[in-house]
Structure formats: structure tokens, C-alpha cells
Write a protein that binds this ligand. Structure first.
Ligand SMILES: C[S@@+](CC[C@H](N)C(=O)[O-])C[C@H]1O[C@@H](n2cnc3c(N)ncnc32)[C@H](O)[C@@H]1O
Length: 276
């Protein structure tokens, strides 16, 4: 595929709602970046999100006994603008599928993949609460970053079941969990346990009277649900044990951001179908 010219890249970006800040940082060549240092906190956040991808080599090596994604089938749920999918594709994955509920994000991610000449990654719009798991099939590596804690309570059991069913080998999960400290800090509302006794609390994402358009415009938030369910850490782990994961490891990297307690509630887990 011929590389895009600077003019083609600029024209493409101009069609992708340039007034909405990009969440993921890409260097598209010709000195063009999707978000640049002048964007201040948006830039710092975008660079910070790459840290999760910086863990890929040690996760591959340490848990899957591999030196790269070469040949793997990978799924990125809640892929947003595709930074993590693109990393997997550039590292040689056989196929990467990124799914997100926001059309703008899927359009942006698809544009970046095209600009980078990648043909082993594709993006699609999907609500992860109603995935067609049977037709997607299983993936060697599933990434679920920053998504689970945006889903409503009624979706918890079904979505975690989908995560298990979609994972052929390894799931990398980044999510928030609730605790008394978190409940105070984020003004979480108490919630009755789910079937199976899984506990958690509710986080308000949108105003009760907000419109569907206003909710979609909050690009990093839930698609439509006003409240999302943050499971307690114990229930989150119990749920994945109950589903059948045989190995669950929590990572404390990237190194401490802010305080230890904040690092603990923004957790990264590596879950595997097979025992070590
Ligand atoms: C906080 S962002 C995380 C994005 C990305 N994985 C990352 O680590 O930067 C949450 C993403 O989940 C998407 N999302 C939220 N609810 C969703 C749903 N029900 N189905 C599909 N995508 C959803 C949002 O559009 C957004 O892109």
C-alpha cells in the first residue's frame, strides 16, 4: 500500500471531528501527530495510555513464552482510537480486531491503520454487551483496557462470560475496582450483590437527564448507561475463577502513579485459561 502524503493525512484528519481531542497518540509521519505537546493534559494522558502497551513484551515473554505477537489472533475490546491494536499489528500479529461502540473512534482507528499501511488490523463498531461471541471465535490474546468499569451492572455477568469465551489463551485486563476508599473518592452508590454474590458499587457517568447525543459525545465514558458497576476486587477475581480461568496475576506496573492506593484500584490483571 502506497504511503499517504502529508496532504492526504491532513485532509483525512480534518474529516474526523478535529475539535474532539484525540485520546491516543500517533506519529503519522511528515511531522504530523494526532495529539501534540501543546494539548497539555490531553497529550500527557495519551502518552500515559501507551504505558499499557509498553507492558506487552514482558507479558508475552513472562506468561505466553513468546517474544512477539507474531502469528497471534488478537482482540482489543473498547479499542478507542486503536493505539494498542496498532501496536499488536505492528508487532506481527496475524490478525487484530478492535471493537468500540463509538463510530468516531472506529473511523479514527481505521484511518490510522490505513495511514500506517497495516492490513492485519481492522476496526468495527460494536456494543460489547451484545457481542456475537460464536462468530467472533477465540483469540490467542484479548485486551480489555478501561472498558469493564464503564458497563452497567446488568452487563457484568454476561460481559465477563464473553471475555472468558473469547479468550483462547490470555486475557489482559485493565479496570477499576471498588473499595471503601474508592467509594468515598468517587462518590459511589451502594448496590445489592449480583447473582452469585458478586459485590460492587455504582459510579455515575452521565447526568440522569442527559440525551443520547450528550452521552455519546463523552467519548471516554459509557455509551448510554448512566451508572456503571465497579466490582470489588475480591468479586472480580472470584468471577474469573468461577468462569474457569486457571491463572490470574495482578501487575503493579506501570510504576506507581500518584499513590499506592490509586495504583491498587486501577488494576492490571493477566488471566490465562491454563495453569502455569
Ligand atoms: C476509557 S476508554 C478506553 C479506551 C482504550 N481501551 C484505552 O485503553 O485507551 C473506554 C472505551 O470504551 C468504549 N465503550 C464504552 N462502553 C462500550 C460498550 N458498551 N461497547 C463498546 N465500547 C464501549 C468507549 O467508546 C471508549 O472508547
Amino acid at each position: 500500500m502506497a504511503a499517504m502524503t502529508a496532504e492526504e493525512i491532513r485532509q483525512g484528519l480534518a474529516k474526523l471531528e478535529p475539535n474532539v481531542h484525540w485520546a491516543h497518540h500517533f506519529d503519522l509521519g511528515h511531522g504530523i501527530e494526532t495529539v501534540s505537546p501543546e494539548a497539555g493534559r490531553f497529550y500527557r494522558k495519551a502518552i500515559g495510555l501507551n504505558e499499557l502497551g509498553a507492558l506487552f513484551p514482558s507479558v508475552l515473554r513472562g506468561y505466553m513464552g513468546r517474544s512477539s505477537f507474531t502469528g497471534l489472533r488478537c482482540l482489543d475490546l473498547g479499542s478507542a482510537e486503536g493505539a494498542h491494536s496498532i501496536m499488536m499489528a505492528q508487532d506481527g500479529a496475524h490478525e487484530v480486531i478492535g471493537l468500540d461502540g463509538r463510530q468516531l473512534y472506529v473511523d479514527r482507528a481505521s484511518f490510522v491503520a490505513k495511514a500506517k499501511g497495516l492490513d492485519n488490523v481492522r476496526f468495527g463498531v460494536a456494543d460489547v454487551r451484545s457481542l456475537d461471541v460464536a462468530s467472533l471465535g477465540q483469540f490467542d490474546f484479548v485486551l480489555c483496557s478501561g472498558l469493564l468499569h464503564h458497563l452497567n451492572k446488568d452487563a457484568f455477568l454476561g460481559f465477563t462470560r464473553s471475555l472468558f469465551d473469547l479468550t483462547g489463551d490470555t486475557l489482559m485486563l485493565y479496570t477499576h475496582v471498588s473499595s471503601e476508599w474508592v467509594a468515598n473518592k468517587f462518590k459511589l452508590t451502594p448496590s445489592e450483590p449480583l447473582d452469585g454474590g458478586y459485590t460492587g458499587a455504582l459510579y455515575q457517568e452521565h447526568e440522569e437527564d442527559s440525551t443520547p447525543e450528550q452521552r455519546i459525545a463523552q467519548v471516554r465514558a459509557s455509551l448510554d448507561n448512566v451508572y456503571s458497576f465497579w466490582a470489588s476486587e475480591e468479586s472480580l477475581v472470584k468471577r474469573f475463577v468461577d468462569l474457569g480461568f486457571r491463572s490470574i496475576v495482578k501487575l503493579y506496573e506501570p510504576a506507581f502513579q500518584k499513590t499506592f492506593i490509586e495504583r491498587v484500584f486501577r488494576g492490571i490483571w493477566i488471566l490465562r485459561r491454563s495453569a502455569p
